[in-house]
Write a new protein. Structure first.
Length: 583
């Protein structure tokens, strides 16, 4: 990807800056923002339903049992053939190392903590590498005073990281013990490895790029790595000569990535865990991730992408427009190619999953940062006022609702909070409240600094958006965490059910989902039916029933008697029944 590309219409670069506009954020400030972002939401909660609990269940099963579970991912005997094993391996290692000290759920969350740091590091350094290239530099001023290349690159990198942290779609997934947390981090890391290769197109960097692609394949399947490989191949035609060297290096990268998958396949075929292999089922799952575009997939993308990619997508669109005459330059073309590739993969994915949207966040954040230096002051001020008004109102509502839940005033809000979590007893945690107060004061100090000082630094355009998102997230994860955990946790119902299982040597057959199976196995310490058919004395059934006028449960089922029935207080439509064999 060339730094200097001829243009049919000679025109100056769209960026004209002085050095004062490129002052970088203090390193301690970036670290504090990252920690404020990732730590709340990881601490002080149980595994939650859906992906968070299901993927934790695979990690916990691996950590508790033998080598067969490491090669055949499963949730207490329920095979999990989709995605890939890498996320589960890393989470299980964390449980093995730190589970005895922190407990299995918190130990498993060390993995997404590390994944987030990898993603943030990759976004920052990718933008820095691209931003210091000659093609990205601002116009030289007549009397000097333009920023140095490294200073300009650091400013862009700070902006990209702030935009990345401010993306609404990243919030929940980065805090879950799930495949998605590693997936988005590896997308960012692949971007970083590609940028490093552009800087130094060596065999070493090609091999490291191949390792990143292989890790991505073992995380979420083959479709995304193949899409990225095609993206790299297209990008070669915009690279400086000799292109033959780039093609050879790309073949090396492809070979390394395929070798990683083959090593896993050989291990599966040689060891044959549970006398079978997940590889064929994994290939079938991969095939299901790519289909014919449909109106539903396109509708899903745009309907959810508007909020999922906010605030990155307006800046990214502006960057494409501002740099339209130099779109072949690496700092525009690389994130643009990644974005287009992931857009195509999302449209061709028949499933309606947020995973397909997650892949676009790192390249969109980097592309959006390239548009920051070209934005007019009026547009920046408008975005700032929108961020201040919207996010301050959201934060105040969170405080008012918390006050209502704990004091009963305002009565209407208190009634709704109690209705959504029947049986929940609110308590004031002084440490959490103090953290929430400090972060709120910090927010108003940030707003005062931005509006009173009128700083010229370019990352001012996104610091309020990101700061407000982090504020609201911290308030939810401190003030409201007990309430949210009460609504999403299965710990109570699992313990209640397990008390009825008197014979712990017998297994339990069940039809519940993978996430429910995981929490029942962990909190209840019960054994479910495994890969091999067993005679189980217990049957756990889960279904949905009307919230009101609930039908009576059958006292018997296939010759088994009903010994327990229950549901979570926060979900009256959920019903679990435990049957036991009659002697």
């Amino acid at each position: 990807m060339s730094d200097t590309q001829p243009s049919l219409i000679p025109s100056p670069k769209p960026v004209r800056l002085s050095a004062s506009a490129t002052l970088a954020l203090p390193r301690w400030g970036i670290l504090l923002l990252c920690l404020l972002y990732i730590l709340p939401g990881l601490i002080g909660r149980d595994p939650w339903k859906n992906a968070d609990a299901a993927d934790f269940g695979v990690m916990w099963t691996m950590a508790q049992h033998g080598w067969q579970d490491w090669l055949w991912p499963n949730i207490s005997g329920l095979p999990v053939a989709g995605s890939g094993p890498l996320t589960f391996w890393l989470g299980a290692i964390c449980i093995k190392l730190f589970g005895g000290i922190l407990g299995a759920p918190l130990a498993a969350r060390l993995a997404p903590f590390c994944f987030f740091l990898i993603g943030a590091y990759s976004v920052w350094h990718t933008t820095f590498i691209l931003g210091r290239r000659n093609s990205a530099q601002p116009m030289r001023l007549a009397f000097g005073g333009q920023p140095e290349a490294n200073a300009y690159g650091r400013m862009l990198a700070d902006g990209a990281l702030l935009i990345y942290l401010g993306c609404l779609g990243l919030l929940m997934h980065s805090h879950e013990t799930s495949v998605e947390a590693l997936f988005v981090a590896l997308i960012a890391y692949n971007l970083y490895r590609c940028a490093r290769y552009l800087d130094v197109p060596s065999i070493k960097n090609a091999c490291l790029l191949g390792l990143a692609l292989g890790a991505l394949a073992l995380t979420n399947g083959l479709v995304t790595p193949f899409g990225l490989f095609f993206c790299f191949f297209v990008g070669i035609f915009f690279c400086k000569p000799p292109r033959q060297k780039h093609i050879i290096n790309l073949v090396i990268a492809f070979t390394v990535s395929i070798a990683i998958v083959i090593i896993w396949w050989l291990a599966e075929q040689t060891a044959r865990p549970y006398n079978s292999s997940p590889f064929n089922a994994w290939l079938v799952w991969n095939a299901s991730q790519f289909g014919i575009p449909s109106f539903d997939s396109i509708k899903y993308f745009f309907k959810n992408g508007i909020w999922f990619f906010w605030p990155a997508w307006p800046y990214a669109l502006w960057a494409i427009y501002a740099w339209r005459r130099e779109w072949r330059s690496a700092h525009v073309l690389l994130p643009l190619l990644f974005t287009i590739t992931f857009f195509v993969l999302a449209i061709f994915n028949p499933g309606k999953e947020e995973t397909v949207l997650l892949s676009m966040l790192p390249p969109l954040a980097i592309l959006a940062a390239m548009g920051l230096p070209t934005m007019k002051r009026g547009a920046i001020n408008a975005i700032d006022w929108f961020s201040v008004m919207t996010l301050t109102i959201c934060a105040l509502f969170i405080w008012v609702a918390w006050t209502a839940a704990n004091t009963g005033w305002p009565a209407g809000i208190a009634k709704n909070a109690a209705k959504l979590a029947p049986g929940f007893t609110p308590e004031v945690n002084m440490v959490a409240t103090l953290v929430a107060l400090c972060v709120t004061i910090g927010w108003f100090a940030l707003v005062y600094w931005r509006l009173s000082r009128q700083p010229s630094v370019l990352w001012r355009a996104v610091v309020l958006s990101t700061g407000g998102v982090i504020l609201c997230w911290v308030l939810l994860a401190t003030l409201w965490m007990p309430w949210i955990n009460y609504n999403k946790s299965y710990a109570g119902i699992a313990t209640e059910m397990a008390a009825k299982v008197t014979d712990r040597n017998s297994c339990i057959r069940t039809n519940v989902s993978g996430s429910q199976r995981a929490v029942f196995a962990y909190f209840g310490n019960v054994r479910f039916e495994g890969f091999e058919a067993e005679k189980c004395d217990y049957l756990l059934l889960g279904d949905r029933v009307p919230k009101y006028n609930r039908p009576a449960s059958p006292k018997t089922h296939n010759g088994m008697k009903l010994i327990w029935e229950g549901h979570r207080p926060s979900d009256r439509g959920e019903r679990f029944r435990l049957y036991q064999s009659v002697p």
